[in-house]
Design a protein around this ligand. Structure first.
Ligand SMILES: *[C@@H]1O[C@H](CO)[C@@H](O)[C@H](O)[C@H]1NC(C)=O
Ligand SMILES: *[C@@H]1O[C@H](CO)[C@@H](O)[C@H](O)[C@H]1NC(C)=O
Ligand SMILES: *[C@@H]1O[C@H](CO)[C@@H](O)[C@H](O)[C@H]1NC(C)=O
Length: 461
């Protein structure tokens, strides 16, 4: 196990260090922008394929536009172009087809195209990075030569593919911009801290969104970019890493994928961005909502669960395209597998004249009109004296309906229970930003004795 762990770290550090060495060598050349108008036939380094359901995908030759029609391209429908990232083995990763199929199935009248730049991607990381501009230009050239209405185009790029999509957008500078670019965990090394013209940025399209899933830092670098690069930047589970993607899970992955399981573990959190996006297409009734917050530690206090003034948005395909000036950072928690959605609640406990010591660890369970939750562990600070208000975040994987009863169980042998009942029985769901007050009650608690005169108030959101 530890050997595998070290190998894994070496692998990452090796590539990241190599990336560091050439940092700064790349220069932005403004003249490159004019290249679309260059004379002579344009030679594309990338191959474009239209996704055709139930058949082999169909290769499009940008110089022979009739191949588009024979591939079933319909220019009155939206066009989505999926672009992969860096490649270690020169193979198209399986998520590409899964995403293409999910788009085609859930959106029906849509053209789904795949950029194949494997030849330029299966290189040392820094070389692959240098090739991203070339591929961006290939995409820009394709859109330009088929005279496709740019506002109907949506580029979805993973890792290096996110920056490629951004470059495509900047090569198409003109009166009209690409409609939307989605960056799925945009690559970090050699892009972090760069100027907006050297990476994916909000200027590259009318609307840009990004999902950051693997920003865990090692040697000062992270696989996914940490900084905000879009109009809306989502940081599921803080963006650092993802549930189910710990190195401890490597045995599970090896059992499931054989030796490929090793690679699977390394990619797990990075690729989660793709699966969160697929989730938003296939689980229409379970759309994950994320909330604006200054950072993840504040989010963990549960204080950011507010949807007023566009402070929340939907993760994935169905995002609300509300135009906003600067980048907005949004946070949410997810499950470790599909469907990823979790329901977020803020709990605020108000202690009034608390005099005695409180058991710091206890579990809480919630009973709603639909279901009862499992026991959720919570930890209180050691000393609570006098008047104090505590706030924390609780997530549940099911919608319990209207919350009616909270049960607290103290850790330890006594398993002492305390109940709090809703003060209103209005039969209404607790809306976002709406408080609901719970007071200590005797319901279902025959042995429970009333304690001091502290009446905690429970405010779920
Ligand atoms: C497209 O079809 C070819 C031939 O069947 C296959 O090798 C390839 O993996 C498919 N997908 C992509 C994205 O090229
Ligand atoms: C293109 O799609 C539209 C619907 O979005 C449809 O009405 C039209 O017939 C399609 N054209 C072709 C050639 O299939
Ligand atoms: C706590 O608040 C109550 C009223 O809400 C007040 O009577 C009491 O003096 C306060 N105690 C402290 C220590 O501030």
């Amino acid at each position: 196990m530890s050997l595998v762990k070290i190998l894994c770290c070496l692998l990452l550090i090796y590539h990241l260090n190599e990336a560091k060495k050439i940092k700064g060598k790349r220069t932005v050349s403004r003249e490159q922008r004019g290249l679309l108008k260059a004379k002579g036939p344009y030679v594309s380094s990338s191959v474009f394929r239209l996704f055709v359901e139930g058949e082999d995908n169909c290769t499009v030759d940008p110089l022979q536009l009739h191949t588009l029609i024979s591939c079933g391209f319909n220019s009155s429908n939206p066009l989505i172009i999926i672009t992969h990232g860096w490649s270690m083995n020169g193979m198209m990763e399986s998520w590409v087809m899964r995403l293409a199929a999910a788009l085609k199935t859930s959106l029906t009248d849509v053209n789904v195209m795949i950029t194949d730049w494997l030849l330029l991607a299966q290189q040392h990381y820094p070389t692959a990075v240098q090739n991203t501009r070339t591929v961006g230009k290939d995409i820009a050239h394709l859109l330009h030569s088929i005279k496709y209405p740019l506002k109907n185009a949506h580029l979805i790029g993973y890792s290096l593919g996110a920056h490629i999509s951004g470059f495509a957008g900047s090569y198409l500078e003109g009166s009209e911009k690409i409609g939307r670019i989605t960056g799925l965990d945009p690559a970090g090394p050699l892009f972090e801290g760069m100027s907006p013209s050297d990476r994916l940025s909000p200027d590259d399209a009318d609307f840009v969104d990004a999902i950051h899933t693997f920003t865990h830092e090692r040697m000062g670098l992270s696989v996914g970019i940490k900084q905000a690069v879009a109009h809306y930047d989502f940081y599921p589970n803080g963006g650092d890493s993802q549930p189910g993607c710990d190195l401890q899970n490597i045995y599970e992955h090896i059992a499931e994928y054989g030796l490929l399981g090793f690679q699977q573990t390394v990619k797990c959190a990075h690729e989660r961005s793709v699966h969160l996006f697929i989730d938003s297409l296939v689980n229409k009734d379970k759309q994950s909502v994320a909330y604006r917050c200054s950072d993840n530690s504040i989010f963990d206090k549960g204080v950011c669960l507010d949807c007023r003034k566009n402070r929340c948005n939907t993760l994935g395909y169905n995002i609300k395209k509300v135009h906003s000036g600067s980048s907005k950072k949004l946070y949410l928690k997810t499950r470790s597998r599909m469907p990823y959605k979790l329901y977020h609640y803020q709990f605020r406990i108000q202690f009034v004249n608390q005099m005695e010591r409180i058991q710091p660890s206890l579990t809480i369970s919630l009973t709603g009109t639909k279901e009862e939750s499992a026991d959720l562990p919570i930890t209180l600070p050691e000393n609570i004296l006098g008047n104090k208000s505590l706030s924390f975040l609780i997530t549940l994987d099911r919608d319990l309906g209207d919350l009616m009863l909270l049960k607290f169980v103290k850790a330890g042998d006594s398993q002492e229970r305390t109940y709090f009942c809703a003060t209103t029985h209005d039969g209404q769901q607790v809306e976002v930003s709406q408080d609901k007050v719970f007071v200590r009650c005797k319901e279902n608690m025959p042995k429970q004795q009333r304690r001091k005169d502290n009446r905690p108030v429970w405010a779920p959101q």
